[in-house]
Design a protein around this ligand. Structure first.
Ligand code: IPE
Ligand code: IPE
Ligand code: MG
Length: 254
């Protein structure tokens, strides 16, 4: 009998012991993907959503417990209204359409970003998705929606300043742990690996605090083409890094 290669299996050249526990992705290149095929930009966003779903499944299959995806930045409101409206409708439709499957697959869904600026109906879908998946444990998907690091950090400063002003907090008590408690990502581990597709090598206001010691991986692949093979390459890169966290190389420290 011919042995069939299971797609669910971790590729043999990857070690299960040193996989990232948390991958953050900047899903970039949807527009260029569509343009190169003569499609409108929105076709790229539609395809990009399929890519995210496939990647999430792959993370689950390969034993990567958390994925955080940049879906809409605080700067993306500056795009043509038509594109913004399409994206908002797409997010809402996806949340509606995919929720049952996410529940079945054990996906816990969270959001980071300023959600209060979104439409009531989208906020409602978000709340429903978060509440109904809160106890799932197979894989944790966080969507960065109307997210911007500068806005996040500004809000943290404002909250802490208010507490100090009201006499609830001593200035000396302001430390890194306290700042982390006020971030949208409070309680979640920092990403081990950041992947940005489409050839751009910038972080575009994404997780600036949380990426302090994250390994960065840039690929020319456009987001809608980012498949299992592409993730495999990113993981090979990741496993080749010596994460020193400011110390000396691990080979010298024995
Ligand atoms: C990323 O793809 C998706 C969002 C920002 C919502 P882009 O839409 O930025 O695609 P390009 O960069 O124009 O190709
Ligand atoms: C970053 O991509 C935001 C998302 C992927 C949601 P952009 O395409 O908006 O970033 P810039 O404009 O190239 O920096
Ligand atoms: Mg882009």
């Amino acid at each position: 009998m011919i042995e069939t290669y299971s797609l669910a299996q971790l590729p043999a050249d990857l070690s299960p012991h040193t996989l990232p526990k948390h991958i953050a992705v900047i899903m970039d290149g949807n527009g260029r993907w569509a343009k190169s095929r003569g499609f409108p930009r929105i076709a790229g966003h539609r395809q990009g959503a399929k890519t995210l779903k496939a990647l999430l499944r792959c993370c689950k299959d390969w034993g990567i417990p958390a994925l955080t995806a940049y879906a809409f930045s605080t700067e993306n409101w500056q795009r043509p209204l038509q594109e913004v409206e399409f994206l908002m409708r797409l997010f809402e439709r996806l949340l509606q359409r995919e929720l049952d499957e996410m529940i079945r697959e054990g996906v816990k869904i969270s959001f980071v970003g300023n959600l209060s600026a979104l439409s009531e109906s989208l906020q409602h879908q978000i709340e429903r998705a978060v509440n109904t998946t809160a106890h799932n444990q197979a894989v944790h998907l966080t969507i960065a929606m109307n997210y911007g690091s500068r806005a996040e950090l500004t809000q943290v400063c404002r909250r802490i300043a208010e507490q100090v002003q009201q006499g609830q907090l001593q200035v000396q008590a302001v430390n890194e742990a306290l700042i982390e408690e006020h971030l949208y990502t409070a309680g979640s581990p920092d990403p081990d690996l950041l992947i940005r597709t489409s050839g751009e090598q910038r972080v575009s206001n994404y997780l600036l605090w949380q990426l302090a010691y994250t390994e960065l991986y840039f690929t020319d692949t456009l987001w809608p083409d980012f498949d299992r093979a592409a993730l495999h390459q990113a993981l090979i890169y990741f496993q080749g890094r010596d994460r020193r966290f400011g110390k000396i190389p691990s080979s010298l420290s024995a």
